[in-house]
Design a protein around this ligand. Structure first.
Ligand code: SF4
Length: 73
């Protein structure tokens, strides 16, 4: 069962230029937060599916540089 309002979408926004390459987000949610060769992050997708929402939020929370933000629109 879902309490989601119809039409709501969870999205990730990333200020990639502030990424310091700690890689914590990738450890928590590798399905969305991918790492480049230099350790900085890129997004596999900016749309977060319901089953990945908890991990995406946790990954954003643990970023020391506050690069990642998950919002519901
Ligand atoms: S945790 Fe933050 S600083 Fe570290 S790789 Fe992820 S986005 Fe970049």
């Amino acid at each position: 069962m879902s309490n989601k309002t119809a039409g709501e979408v969870h999205k990730v926004y990333a200020e990639l230029e502030h990424c310091c390459g700690y890689g914590l987000c990738n450890q928590v949610c590798p399905e969305i937060y991918k790492l480049n060769g230099d350790g900085t992050v890129y997004l596999a997708t900016d749309i977060v599916s319901d089953d990945l929402l908890a991990a995406a939020l946790e990954g954003a929370d643990c970023c020391p540089a506050q690069v990642l933000k998950v919002v519901t629109e």
